[in-house]
Design a protein around this ligand. Sequence first.
Ligand code: AMP
Length: 414
Amino acid sequence: MINNIKGTKDIGFNETYIWQFVESFIHGYLKKHGYSEVRTPTFENTDLFYRSIGENTDIVSKEMYTWKDQGNNMLTLRPELTASIVRYYIQNKLNKTHPIHRFYYIGPLYRRERPQKGRFRQFHQFGVEVFGSKHPEQDAEVIALSYNFYKLLHIKNIVLKINSIGSKDSRLNYISSLKKYLEKYKNELSDLSRKRLNTNPLRILDTKIDFEINIIKKAPKIIDYLSNDDKEYFNKTLEFLDAMNISYEIDPYLVRGLDYYSQTVFEIQCDSLGSQNALCGGGRYDYLVEELGGKETPAIGFAAGIERLLLSLDIKKIVPELSIDIYMITIGELAIKKSFTLLDYLRNTMNLTVINDTLRRTLKSQIKDANKMNAKHVIILGEEELNKNHIIVKNMETGHQDIVNFTDIQNYFK
Ligand code: AMP
């Protein structure tokens, strides 16, 4: 027996309707805001991720699925989608076609993390990327877009955390002060954090270890290192969020794990999710397009996990239950023959969802099956009905039965 790979999941036949509901909600919601979908390949040249996400991040240093193909190309299954969308934007010189582009994506991603609740090795995200605007109203738009998405789906206990990590210079100044401060506690830090002290000290701020959290509490805050311009930008963003009645918490230690962010960073957390509580994260990345070979272009986006969204969604309340309009019961071969035209008519002219039995079960067990499948009506077609040119229609909710002539079927189901 060969099983699926650890950290991956089948989305079974009795779950796909939930995914389809959420996916079509995402498409509808984002289109309404003027965003267009982009679909990029699931694998890319490894260099793309090295250069965008950063060599010293967890993703690049230990989580990527990378291999050399038969042509000696180093390839990687995408661990996130911003880099691919930026590549697409640059490769197609989209900066020349319009001053602003609002894109969204939805699809699977791959990271070799330790699997646990809400954390998989193949998981799905949807997200947006906006290229061209350097103004805080763009930050506010993207943040509000993600926040309101969860509100519309009635996700409870969500908290929007927001911070500014300023421009490159402010960040460099901050990192050197943070390093100086953490050096004092070097012997108390975990092995991992000690290593990060040299490679990526900002990541230590994400620690989940209690004694490190205590050390972090007194660490310098990036907000104190922002330039006046950075501060003004951040304040304007917050003002716009206030104008939209979006509630947020400023978290001075929110920095996010990837190298490419600048200025605004944010995360939406759901308190009822346990340790993997981040539903969505994003921020501004004004340098990335240039770093990947394009023209200097301000940009901002977010990525949202779909598995975690499903974990926090009240599925029974929000996702309509699967049901079928009609279950067609046939008794005898002549009835089966007649049913083909009827099935075709009901499905393709009347646009109804109709299921029929092909197991030649008894009337009783077909009715039982119809109940199980949540059918609104059953049609009964046996020898007697055939002879009289009618069908019996039973309303499964009320139990009421009607006799309907073949010629009246259209009117009956209108
Ligand atoms: P990131 O790209 O790391 O900023 O993650 C954005 C969002 O994707 C997170 O807030 C999660 O909802 C989701 N996510 C990230 N990694 C995983 C994973 N391994 N399994 C499931 N969801 C994930």
